[in-house]
Design a protein around this ligand. Structure first.
Ligand SMILES: O=C(O)CCC(=O)C(=O)O
Ligand SMILES: [Fe+2]
Length: 963
């Protein structure tokens, strides 16, 4: 979550020019790097003046301040003005929009969000010069007669009109309005189009005039019935996540304007005309509402245009003649405080001593929340920087400064989700920091209070962020991070029931992330659903995966070449830069998200949507309905959680000294995984790859290979995301696959009670649990297990953590924990009989329980020795055998086999079965040798093995001498 990533592109050029100009102008007295404040401000004033007097000169400046009368003191500042009368005639609107269409066509940018300066667009007005002049004249008139007077009266009290010496009677010095930039925006009209024409952010300048230019439908005369209308989202108007349409100013009809301060965070959007009714009809506590779907559909249906004018104020420059020279020198007047602060912030961004300039910006414009956010963020990034080594007091002081500024930012702009998120982050840092202070006394009350404060900040952040997500303006990335942090905080507080609700929202975010088509449950498949067969395990009786077979693969040859060439282009563009978002990234692997490929390629997107809708979704519905282990199919529509094009380059991996290009054993995200082959194995095609395939753990006890590949390119393997699997090493050539992870949306029919995120919820709980202190970790894993009793992973981790307790604790509670650990691991091995780790840890758990019982005088509570030995031997031998299979496939778990032999030997020794003990102990050395480990543990393990072996031998001798 980087709140400062979104900068206004129009202003990036200022940074370097201010900085170089300032350096040029700084007097020799200035310290080498430290440019004085007055120098900087002089440069900023000059730049502002030049910019505001030389850009858009074809649009008139305000000529004289108009006295708007009234008593401005009593008027509260307006958020926006939306006059009913249009500021541009239908003729001008249509001419401008047509010119924009032609301009964007000519520049080959008809897709996505487009922007161009008004000046460029004007030159595309047909039929020629006259029309252009007429439109300029109309714009000029509406500025001087409508817009300037409106701005003056609505914000009469604004600093932009009262700064500097504006108070004096000198009317020449009064700040006057002018246009500093005029831009035309367009968006929409294609599959996967964005709802917003402009990015959600604050603008440059002081005021923004937004003029709607309508959409293509306007031409056909449907002006009033037109479904798509312009609107503006005002972040400051968000107050309730269930009535997000209250934060949208709309409809803005073609030619109509909305005026607001630049410091409002806004986004121009395309909205369906019945957006309010839609919201009222379907106001559930979900992101995926009828309204959001309709918003996205509307944006896809038409291309919408708008014109934005950025206004500022300036005073006229005066000339002074110095005594020594005959030449007169221009003295630039002060820029309005908001402009100075805005430019200072941009300048500060490039500086190491940012805080200095930001502080100055804060002094110049005390009410600008953005400056406080940047200051807070800057202190926070200090704290996060591992190289910033300071004592704890300095650290706390930085943290407190960050809290001060972020608190201030939150008070000035309570609806900015970035502020609340950063505030939560810094409050968390403060908690950590206080814990490490020497005199810290941990009190539960205090930390609960702190957690509550953090959760509240995250809650506010999520509320504001989700409004923009519900309106289709923002992607889910920030909301996802925020909800994840909130769920984690709630778990830390021990409030698991609220955490689960938040996790469901988090999972829903995942379901709306992709722009790819969701399942349309109202239509039945129009094409033949591919045939398929199950890959079942004879050994365990479970259905492990299925593969498509027959003449009708998921992807035909054309689909494959379309997809592969899109990926090729993307890889070439990335030019060797790591594209991976995986945490486990191995040499030779590259990946690109299908969503990213589709965002730039609408032919591909349409094709993929078609395949999903007609083949993938029906296939999943049909095939997994027969599956008895996965629970019910989702009642809501299936959708894409994520989809990744993975390229394994075997040659590259081998060159780097690896067996091949691979992925370790794992579970996926979402509910179902669809793994499509995009090229051939060497067996069928000399140009293909060797090695490679999907390692399916569930088959590792069977005769058939546990590495499986689809029957041919375009065909697929499908499995539950919870079925553990790996990418087996591709040892030569290139293996391309497309993996599609599916999840589901909530059912449209609210009365259908079902748990859409039944599988994903406990998976997230489990991930969160692993970061919690033990007293919260265990209950959190218990809960995860309750929510998905069929997922062996939950039992496995619960068992592992139950065993890892305080070994000096001799209480009954600890004893019960150990016994429960054994039980739970037993369940894990029953749920997943092919999990080598689970068997290994069960063996270890039985051994630990035995030792603990002996040490704490609880031997009478143990099961009979023979039974224990049998269980122990079975566990370890299963673990060893399974791990061998994994190892041969190049996908090992990495469990400690020598330790298994040692534990077996030790246990047998304790049961006085010395020959058996020695048999196991003899295997330790060989196992260490083949594990290629040079770590310290190997040495001490050998010593321990030797000492137990000696003990066994001497006992055996004694036994035989007794005979
Ligand atoms: O290489 C394979 O077939 C496995 C790919 C996979 O598991 C994944 O990308 O999540
Ligand atoms: Fe996977």
């Amino acid at each position: 979550f980087a709140p400062l990533n979104r900068h206004h592109a129009a202003f990036t050029h200022i940074d370097s020019s201010v900085s170089s100009l300032a350096e040029e102008k700084s007097s020799p007295d200035d310290a080498p790097k430290e440019i004085s404040y007055s120098t900087i401000l002089k440069v900023i004033d000059e730049q502002h003046h030049i910019q505001s007097t030389t850009s858009c000169t074809y649009l008139p400046r305000e000529t004289a301040p108009i006295d708007c009368g009234g008593s401005p003191e009593t008027k509260p500042p307006s958020t926006y003005q939306h006059p009913a009368t249009p500021v541009l005639s239908p003729g001008a609107v249509n001419a401008l929009r047509l010119a924009a269409e032609r301009y964007f066509d000519a520049n080959g940018r008809m897709m996505g969000q487009s922007t161009a300066s008004l000046e460029d667009i004007l030159s595309f007005i047909s039929p020629g010069h006259d029309a252009e002049t007429a439109i300029k004249l109309e714009l000029a008139n509406s500025l001087t007669q409508n817009i300037y007077p409106l701005v003056r009266s609505a914000w009469a009290n604004d600093k932009a009109f009262t700064f500097g010496n504006a108070d004096t009677a000198d009317t020449n010095a009064a700040p006057l309005l002018s246009v500093t930039s005029a831009t035309v925006f367009a968006s929409g009209g294609h599959s996967g189009a964005k709802v917003s024409l402009t990015t959600l952010e604050r603008d440059a300048g002081i005021f923004v005039v937004h003029i709607d230019l309508g959409n293509e439908e306007q031409l056909s005369g449907f002006l009033d019935e037109s479904l798509a209308k312009g609107g503006i989202y005002f972040e400051s108007l968000v107050y309730d996540s269930d009535r997000v349409t209250d934060s949208v100013v709309r409809p803005i009809n073609p030619g109509q304007a909305v005026v607001h301060k630049s410091d409002e965070r806004t986004a121009a959007i395309i909205t369906p005309s019945n957006i309010r009714e839609l919201e009222q009809k379907d106001n559930r506590q979900t992101l995926d509402t009828l309204m959001r779907r309709q918003l996205l559909k509307t944006a896809e249906s038409t291309r919408h245009y708008a014109l934005r004018l950025v206004l500022t104020t300036n005073q006229s420059a005066s000339k002074t003649t110095s005594i020594d020279s005959a030449e007169s020198q221009i003295v630039y007047p002060e820029a309005p405080p908001a402009e100075r602060a805005y430019r200072l912030r941009n300048f500060a961004r490039l500086k190491d001593d940012r805080v200095r300039y930001l502080t100055l910006a804060g002094l110049i414009d005390v009410n600008d929340h953005e400056t406080h956010l940047w200051l807070g963020f800057d202190y926070l990034s200090h704290i996060d920087n591992p190289e910033y080594k300071v004592d704890i007091e300095q650290r706390l002081s930085d943290i407190n400064k960050a809290i001060f500024h972020l608190g201030k930012a939150a008070a000035l702009n309570p609806t900015d989700p970035r502020v609340h998120f950063q505030l939560a982050t810094v409050l968390g840092a403060k908690m950590e920091c206080e814990k490490s202070t020497p005199n810290h006394i941990e009190t539960n009350g205090r930390s609960l209070e702190q957690y509550t404060e953090i959760a509240a900040a995250l809650g506010k952040s999520a509320l504001c962020e989700s409004a923009a997500v519900k309106l289709g303006i923002s992607g889910v990335q920030d909301l996802t991070s925020c909800l994840n942090a909130l769920a984690q905080t709630l778990c830390e507080m021990g409030d698991f029931s609220t955490a689960i609700k938040v996790i469901d929202q988090w999972a829903e975010c995942g379901s709306v992330r992709s722009a790819l088509a969701i399942e349309d449950m109202s239509i039945s498949a129009t094409e033949d659903i591919p045939s398929y067969e199950w890959l079942s395990s004879d050994a365990t009786g479970k259905k492990v995966a299925l593969r498509t077979v027959g003449d009708s693969p998921l992807f035909n040859d054309d689909d494959i070449s379309l997809l592969v060439s899109a990926a090729d282009r993307s890889f070439a563009q990335a030019n060797g830069k790591q594209l991976s978002r995986y945490t486990m990234q191995y040499v030779g692997n590259s990946e690109v998200h299908l969503d990213d490929l589709c965002a730039n390629d609408h032919v591909l997107k349409q094709r993929i949507d078609h395949i999903l809708q007609n083949r993938v979704y029906p296939l999943v519905r049909q095939s997994f309905a027969e599956d008895d282990q996965g629970g019910e199919l989702p009642a809501g529509p299936l959708c894409v959680y994520d989809s990744i094009f993975v390229r394994y380059n075997g040659d590259e991996a081998v060159l780097a000294g690896r067996v091949g290009a691979s992925q370790p054993l794992h579970q996926d995200g979402g509910i179902y995984s669809v793994n499509v082959a995009l090229n051939s194995h060497k067996d069928d095609d000399v140009n293909g790859f060797s090695g490679g395939g999907t390692f399916l753990e569930g088959l590792s006890r069977d005769e058939i290979s546990c590495i499986q590949r689809p029957v041919s390119p375009g065909h697929a393997l499908l499995h539950h995301t919870t079925a553990r699997h790996a990418g087996a090493p591709t040892t030569s050539g290139i293996r391309d696959i497309l993996v599609i992870f599916l999840t589901a949306r909530h059912p449209q029919d609210i009365s259908k009670s079902e748990s859409t995120y039944r599988v994903e919820r406990p998976m997230r709980l489990q991930t969160i649990a692993k970061q919690l202190p033990r007293d919260k970790l265990i209950p959190c894993l218990e809960l995860a297990r309750e929510h998905d009793p069929l997922n062996s992973e939950m039992s496995y981790w619960l068992g592992v953590h139950l065993l890892q307790g305080d070994s000096s604790d001799q209480s009954d509670q600890r004893w019960n924990e150990i016994c429960r650990g054994v039980d739970v691991l037993q369940t894990a091995t029953q749920l997943n009989p092919t999990d080598a780790r689970a068997h290994f840890h069960l063996g270890m758990a039985i051994a630990s329980r035995h030792k603990y019982a002996m040490r704490t005088k609880r031997a009478h509570l143990l099961p009979p020795p023979g039974e224990a030995a049998e269980a122990l031997i079975y566990s370890f031998e299963s673990a060893i055998r399974l791990e061998q299979v994994c190892d041969e496939a190049g996908c090992k778990n990495g469990i400690n086999i020598p330790a298994a032999y040692l534990a077996l030997g030790d246990f047998m020794g304790r049961l006085r079965n010395y020959p058996k003990a020695l048999e196991y102990l003899e295997q330790v050395e060989g196992a260490i040798a083949s594990s290629e480990s040079e770590e310290d543990w190997a040495m001490s393990m050998l010593e321990e093995t030797a000492s137990i072996s000696n003990f066994c031998r001497s006992e055996m001798q004694q036994d035989s001498s007794l005979v």
